[in-house]
Design a protein around this ligand. Sequence first.
Ligand SMILES: *[C@@H]1O[C@H](CO)[C@@H](O)[C@H](O)[C@H]1NC(C)=O
Ligand SMILES: *[C@@H]1O[C@H](CO)[C@@H](O)[C@H](O)[C@H]1NC(C)=O
Length: 353
Amino acid sequence: MRSPAPAALGLLLLLLPPPPAEAAKKATPCKRCRELVDKFNQGMVDTAKKNFGGGNTAWEEKSLSKYESSEVRLLEITEGLCGSSDFECHSLLEEHEGHLEAWWLRLKKDFPDLFEWFCVKTLKVCCSPGTYGPDCLACQGGSQRPCSGNGHCSGDGSRQGDGSCQCHLGYQGATCSDCTDGYFSSLRNETHSVCTACDGSCKTCTGPSNKDCGQCAEGWAQEDGACVDVDECAAETPPCGDQQYCENVNGSFACEECDSTCVGCTGKGPGHCKECVPGYTKESGQCADIDECARPEKACTRQNENCYNTPGSFVCVCPEGFEDTEDACVQTQAPGGEVAEGDPTRQPSREDL
Ligand SMILES: *[C@@H]1O[C@H](CO)[C@@H](O)[C@H](O)[C@H]1NC(C)=O
Ligand SMILES: *[C@@H]1O[C@H](CO)[C@@H](O)[C@H](O)[C@H]1NC(C)=O
C-alpha cells in the first residue's frame, strides 16, 4: 500500500476527534454550576458592601433591609455572573434564571446554602460534600470525614466517581486510616488517624526517633538499639575508583573525582593527593607545577634555545629570527641579505607554544 499524500493526511487529521486532553479540559456540569454559585455568592458580598458604606442612620437601616432582598440587587448580582465571552455561563444562567429568582425572592430563608439548593437539590448536577455518584452516596469513611480526612474520595461532591479513597502520602487502606512503611501511627481514635514520618534511618518504625525503628533504611544498620549510618567508605574493599575519593553521607556515600594533579587522593583539591602526576611535586602539602626552566640543569639543551614552563611540562622554542635545526637554533638571513629582525629574548605569544 502506498502511504497517503500529505494533503490527504492533513484532511484525515482534521476529521479525527480531538485528543483526550482537550475533552478532559471541558468543565463538568457540576463544576460549571459550582462556579456560577461561587460568583453569585461573591456578588452578594460585593453588593452588600457597595451600596451602604457603614452608615447606620434609621433611614439607611430601613432602605438597607429593603434593598437586601430586592430584585434590584438580584439584577446587580446576575449582571456580573458571567464573563462577556463565557458562552456556557450565559446559557446556563439563561436556562435557570427562574430558579435563581425563586430562590432569591422566596426560598433563601429556608435554604440558605445556594450550592446545596441549586446544584445538588434542584439541578442535581452535584452532590453534597462527602458524597459521590449518581445517587450521592457517602464516600468511603463516611460523608463527615471522607477517607478519614487523609485522602481524596473519588467523585466527592459530584455525580461522578466511585467513592473510593486516594490516600495522601503516608496513609493506606480503604479508608486511609492505616500507615504505610516509613510512617507510624501517632494518633488513632474512632474518627481520626494520624500517621507521622519515621526518622530517616528507619524503613519501618513505631515512634519518631532512630531508636524506634523496626527495620533500618538502606545505608543504615542496627547498633546499640538504634539505626546508625553505615560508613561505606570504611569498607575493606573501597567502593570508589583509583582516581576518586569516597565521601560518606547519611544513608549513602558518594564517589568524587580527584584533582587533575593527583595520582590517587583522599579528598577534594590538590591538597589531598596521594601522589602527584608527572610534572608536579608536593609543595607544602599541595601538588604544584614544577618549573623545569628554573632548574640548575638546563631543560632545553640546544644552542640559543628558549625554555618556557607550562602546567605539568615545558617547551623549547627557537627565538624569532632563528631557525630550528637538529642541534641548534641558527640565525636566519633575511631576503635582503641582512640579519632578520628579532629579539632572541622576546617572549613567544601563546599561539607559538
Ligand atoms: C479523636 O482525635 C481527634 C484529634 O485529636 C479529636 O479532635 C477527636 O475529638 C477525637 N475523637 C474521639 C472520639 O475521641
Ligand atoms: C544524619 O542523620 C542524623 C540522624 O538521623 C541526623 O541527626 C543528622 O542531622 C543527619 N545529618 C545530615 C548531614 O543529614
